[in-house]
Ligand binder design. Structure first.
Ligand SMILES: Cc1cc2nc3c(=O)[nH]c(=O)nc-3n(C[C@H](O)[C@H](O)[C@H](O)COP(=O)(O)OP(=O)(O)OC[C@H]3O[C@@H](n4cnc5c(N)ncnc54)[C@H](O)[C@@H]3O)c2cc1C
Ligand SMILES: NC(=O)c1ccc[n+]([C@@H]2O[C@H](COP(=O)([O-])OP(=O)(O)OC[C@H]3O[C@@H](n4cnc5c(N)ncnc54)[C@H](OP(=O)(O)O)[C@@H]3O)[C@@H](O)[C@H]2O)c1
Length: 587
């Protein structure tokens, strides 16, 4: 072990909160890049098993909405997905397989909730101390580490229902993220709150067994035609046996998804894009859903304001006699149902909450205490009005601490896994001097964080998320004026830009300090034959970064247009492939 340790408290060089995509990406990458053994990392998760989101969300119909060719690790491509948008159990099985392959499971402590993380500024042994609660035994213990990663996700706190009286309801109440399959829905009268991505998957899945389903709809969502399909045995065979086929498939999906980023911008090309998509979605919604529900369903706000919903049988099932949609306001939960504005009661045996998650609020955060008196809570309420981080990963006064899939990394149009991999890669590039034994502590400067965040919020002001008709969990608004005050959720630029920004560490933005540990990274040999390709890709990356900043230039429009936009993104993603390839130490 690199640093002297307090023998009372177990120590690992790395610790990670969470065992979802983020935790697994970290555990695999420290091995792939630096040959760091798994014994150097300890994971903690309050869930009983690996998988994060895909263990937590087991509601009927749960599946991803980005094709798994892209919604998976670039270093663990899988030719055997059964569908383009596989269900939750297949995603969980994939994550378990990857965790097993990299021997991470023995390093994961489950049913262990991290209740506190505290920076110990010891001169000879600066480190993080975690306090963990073993949930089955209700006992606390400590764990020390040099580098702390939060892979704790963004959708872990179910939003409480904002209708009074829930405790008086006599039947079961199920939140989508706490689904209990032992609760029977067969021949029951069910009321479901919400109509976002989650509800659109639950409704068609449970409707056939219920006696009647009433859906309480408060806001609207743009719904796109389905993109899911079974993957044929022949396709699987081709993907498995043709060299580069899974890469090509990934490039195509990446390109098709990421080019939609232009639709978030308040530019003429963005407006044109949104208009086209709006016409397409409106046509689809109106031709698929019953006419009596068009006014309830079809949004007035712009495409892009909220994550689009890919239809998975939702609109079609609204033709059933067994379902009723209402946009009346629920005023109270009664023992036997829901009281609506106007005084009517909807009877219910079971209530299903698909009302989303707490976001943009520091109250649900991990209690992380950095250099005193900074806590995550104070950093994101007094230093800044909401969640933020330098390059979405680092915070000043929180040395050796990195957020994976942190603030502003959510995307409304493409895979979170890309952002997660990029954040992991960036953090491992940042700490490389310490891994080489030149230092033991790294902290981003206050100035760098401030400037980055200003740039981020300024760029977000030029996106559809700010528009007044665009209310979503992405943004926090002033209750009186309705103006967007903070967006700590979405990324305003393309994912190519995030990849580019994660490729380079501006060392001047970080302060490296602490005792040199003498540990040196076992770096794998470079494959010099790939240097040329890497430089070519960097040049392309530079071009794309320029395009990102000048989205209305002719060149940008040409690249975004499908006629000219094929070759470059393919090359760009080829480059991603080369740079991420095992053995190439481009970091
Ligand atoms: C239903 C659903 C569907 C989604 N579908 C898509 C999709 O199709 N495409 C897409 O790009 N994104 C999707 N997302 C977003 C998704 O959350 C991310 O894609 C990704 O799974 C996040 O991975 P993660 O590892 O960062 O976090 P998570 O998967 O959320 O894992 C975080 C883990 O940290 C643990 N944890 C949190 N706090 C603590 C603590 N204090 N102590 C111990 N453990 C803790 C949690 O128990 C959890 O296991 C979806 C989200 C939901 C809710
Ligand atoms: N792979 C997938 O397809 C998939 C599936 C599920 C989730 N996800 C991810 O998870 C995120 C969250 O999705 P989500 O659907 O769980 O949450 P969501 O997008 O926040 O949707 C929740 C919906 O419930 C509504 N609601 C809240 N309280 C209500 C009430 N009292 N009465 C009626 N309606 C109420 C909300 O309305 P207001 O907006 O007015 O509050 C909102 O429309 C998504 O954006 C996506 O990133 C992805």
């Amino acid at each position: 072990m690199a640093l002297p340790k307090d023998l009372e408290v177990p120590f690992t060089q790395f610790a990670c909160i969470g065992t979802g995509f983020s935790g697994i990406a970290l555990g695999a990458t420290i091995q792939r890049w630096y040959n760091i053994p798994t014994s150097s990392i300890q994971f903690f998760d309050s869930q009983p098993c690996v998988g994060g989101t895909w263990t937590i969300n087991q509601y009927p119909g749960a599946a991803c909405d980005v094709p798994s060719a892209l919604y998976s690790f670039s270093f663990e491509r899988n030719p055997n997905w059964t569908r383009f948008l596989p269900p939750h159990d297949e995603l969980r099985a994939y994550l378990t397989r990857v965790a097993e392959k990299y021997n991470l499971i023995p390093r994961m402590k489950f049913n262990a909730k991290v209740t506190k993380a505290e920076w110990i500024p010891d001169r000879t042994n600066p480190r993080w101390r975690l306090t963990t609660l073993d949930l089955p035994t209700n006992t606390t213990s400590h764990h020390d580490c040099q580098f702390l990663f939060s892979g704790s996700g963004q959708f872990n706190s179910p939003r409480p229902l904002d209708v009074p009286g829930i405790e008086s309801f006599q039947g079961p109440v199920i939140h989508s993220a706490r689904w209990d399959h032992s609760i029977p829905l067969k021949d029951k009268k069910v009321v479901i709150f919400g109509n976002g991505c989650t509800a659109a998957q639950i409704v068609p899945s449970i409707l056939p067994e219920t006696a009647h389903l009433t859906q309480i709809v408060r806001s609207k969502h743009w719904i796109y035609p389905p993109v899911d399909a079974k993957v044929s045995p022949l396709t699987k065979k081709l993907l498995a046996s043709t060299p580069g086929a899974t890469w090509l498939q990934r490039f195509i999906v990446y390109y098709l998804a990421d080019k939609d980023w232009v639709g978030f911008l308040l530019t003429p090309s963005g407006a044109k894009f949104r208009q086209k998509r709006k016409e397409m979605a409106e046509r689809y919604m109106k031709t698929t859903a019953p006419e009596k529900y068009h006014a309830l369903l079809v949004p007035e706000f712009e495409i892009g304001c909220k994550r689009r919903v890919f239809d998975s049988g939702y609109l079609e099932c609204l033709h059933s006699d067994k379902i009723t949609l209402t946009n009346q306001t629920p005023t109270a939960i009664l023992p036997n149902g829901v009281e609506m504005a106007g005084g009517s009661t909807i009877e219910a045996d079971v209530l299903v909450l698909a009302n989303g998650f707490e976001t943009n609020t520091p109250t649900t955060l991990l209690p992380v205490h950095g250099i005193a008196p900074s806590t995550l809570q104070s950093h994101w309420s007094s230093d800044y009005p909401g969640p933020e981080a330098y390059n979405c990963t680092s915070l000043h006064n929180f040395p050796n601490f990195f957020l994976l899939w942190g603030p502003n990394t959510a995307t409304g149009h493409t895979s979170a896994v890309m952002a997660i991999e990029n954040a992991v890669n960036f953090a491992l590039r940042v700490i490389k001097p310490c891994l080489e034994g030149k230092c033991s502590v790294v902290d981003v400067t206050e100035q760098a964080e401030k400037e980055y965040v200003e740039r981020m919020q300024e760029a977000l002001q030029k996106t559809v998320f700010t528009s007044e008709t665009c209310d979503s969990w992405y943004t926090a608004r002033d209750k009186k004026t309705g103006r967007m005050v903070w967006n700590g959720m979405t990324y305003p630029w393309s994912q190519a830009r995030y990849w580019w920004d994660c490729l380079w560490v501006r060392r001047r933005d970080f302060v490296y300090s602490g005792p040199a540990t003498g540990r040196s990274v076992i770096v794998k040999k470079r494959r010099s034959g790939l240097w040329f390709a890497a430089f070519a890709v960097m040049a392309l990356g530079g071009l794309l970064a320029w395009v990102d900043r000048n989205p209305d230039s002719r060149l940008a429009l040409a690249l975004a247009g499908s006629r000219f936009g094929v070759v470059l993104p393919v090359l760009r993603t080829c480059g991603l492939g080369l740079l991420g390839r095992k053995g190439l130490n481009w970091r």
